[in-house]
Write a protein of this length. Sequence first.
Length: 135
Amino acid sequence: MEKKKRRRYFVYPAIQFNFIVLLAGSGMVLSLFYSIFFLYIYSQSTSSLLLLVEGNTLLEKYLLTTERLLLIGCILIILLSTLFLATLALLHSHRVAGPLYRLEKILEEMKRGQIPKSIKLRKGDRVTRLATLLE
């Protein structure tokens, strides 16, 4: 059986967008705090070490380069984790928005006098209890 391609990624844009912002935003803030904490600890230990190796320019350059690389790494981790969580939130929001969209269409059919024999939702969808109550 061929898998259907999604035609629309945002079925209920307001609900889905809020969910994505909540999850991805929380992850971004958390990653940012961890990164700031990590970089603060590293810079404190590096500044103490720089005082000990004063005059050794090669080691000083190495420590400063390492600090820049860690900063770039932290920024990448923040961006990648935010992107990952936004994607995860979008995919998970389909488990709620999809069935709500389907139930809305069924209620519109019922309003026109057409009563469906059964309500089919995908495996793993949420709001299945509401669908069974309508059957």
